[in-house]
Design a protein around this ligand. Structure first.
Ligand code: F6R
Length: 363
């Protein structure tokens, strides 16, 4: 039931505000994070130097955002690896390790094998999944559920947004357990609670996103760039675009441009910059100017408080000004809709991209 939407993907993007509300529900009490599911892990989470995280595809980009988020707020080192690499590497961890396995479906073969490897070494496994009773949930020691409801479209959308929110809650819990809570964390709790409403505001801009997307549908290539938390968002933007529109898209940390990728840029190779008005904006601006000097078309995804971006951008997409750390959540529907409208305009079915399955149950 697409409830009047042309595709499940579109419906699922528009469900994001209510899904985030469901993910948050009951998990914030007295301005602190309430996650009884992980009570038994508290001592380890409070003391471990390193937290390991495994995931694939979009889930791995949610995990990478978690790394930036938590390392910025605490002294824990978050080690993120794609499951297909983790499972074949020397397992250099022990029973004092917590492995967080992030998988919407809970059936991704490489993630399950990573969990089995970790458990065989005595590590404790915390699953982040959307599917009750999934193999991942059954085989893990503890589970945090996304509560996003079934995701039908092959492209992950609402599961990605809710993974971000749940991982941020986990991050804040870890900060509290390590006695590193400060005023910023209290503000983040407040912002998290406002997310459903602010996501609604992003979605109300869908028509403008569509107008901009359609201008770019005939390009063969796209380069996504970002810094800090903008980098995982760039990776996810490029993945969404390539998997449903079949346009070649690549993503780089903006500071890496000079180390090679900038050689590709020119009038036929547009750039999509993730550039909210945050602590790294000035650096992003320099990178964007360098791109424009190569005569590339430039789409900038920024925040409403950024005033000077219009001077350099060909097209500006924007979200409400908000807590810097939460821009990945607010910007997710924009990169998803941008990819969706292009795929649809090119006549592709975004719900069933060629060669892809919803759950990758084989290696
Ligand atoms: C992209 C996408 C995939 C999945 C990946 C992991 O839109 O859906 O990249 O994110 O296959 O799937 P899960 O999260 O089910 O383990």
């Amino acid at each position: 039931q697409k409830s009047g939407y042309k595709h499940y993907m579109l419906k699922e993007i528009f469900e994001e505000p209510s899904c985030v509300a469901a993910t948050l529900s009951g998990r914030i009490k007295s301005a602190k994070v309430h996650l009884p599911e992980i009570e038994e892990l508290q001592d380890l989470l409070a003391s471990s130097k390193t937290l390991k995280v495994v995931a694939c595809g979009t889930s791995s980009y949610a995990a990478l955002s978690f790394k930036y988020f938590l390392e910025n707020l605490s002294d824990v080192c978050v080690d993120v690896e794609v499951s297909s690499e983790f499972r074949y590497k020397r397992p250099n961890f022990d029973e004092n390790t917590v492995l967080v396995a992030v998988s919407q479906s809970g059936e991704t073969a490489d993630t399950l094998e990573s969990v089995r490897l970790a458990k065989s070494k005595g590590a404790k496994v915390l699953a982040i999944t959307n599917v009750v009773g999934s193999t991942l949930m059954r085989e893990s020691d503890h589970t945090l559920l996304l509560n996003a409801g079934p995701e039908i479209s092959v492209a992950a959308t609402k599961s990605y947004v809710t993974q971000l929110v749940l991982l941020y809650l986990l991050g804040l819990k870890i900060v509290e357990l390590r006695d590193q809570w400060n005023e910023r964390c209290t503000k983040l709790i407040d912002s998290l609670l406002r997310l459903p409403e602010v996501l609604d505001a992003t979605l109300s801009r869908a028509e403008h996103i569509k107008e901009v997307a359609l201008k770019y549908k005939d390009f063969q290539h796209f380069m996504y760039i970002g810094r800090g938390l903008g980098y995982p968002t760039a990776l996810e933007g490029a993945l969404k675009l390539k998997e449903i529109s079949y346009i070649h898209a690549t993503a780089y940390p903006a500071g890496e441009l000079k180390h090679g990728p900038i050689a590709l840029l020119g009038p036929e190779f547009p750039v999509f910059a993730i550039a909210p008005f945050d602590a790294l904006y000035a650096k992003m601006k320099n990178n964007m100017i360098e791109c424009k000097a190569r005569k590339t078309k430039l789409v900038v995804l920024t925040s409403d408080d950024c005033e000077d971006v219009r001077e350099i951008a060909d097209d500006v997409l924007s979200v409400n000004s908000f807590s810097e750390q939460l821009y990945p959540v607010l910007m997710a529907p924009v990169i998803q809709l941008f990819a969706y409208y292009i795929a649809d305009a090119l006549g592709h079915d975004p719900d069933k991209p060629k060669n892809l399955a919803k759950s990758v149950t084989v290696e």
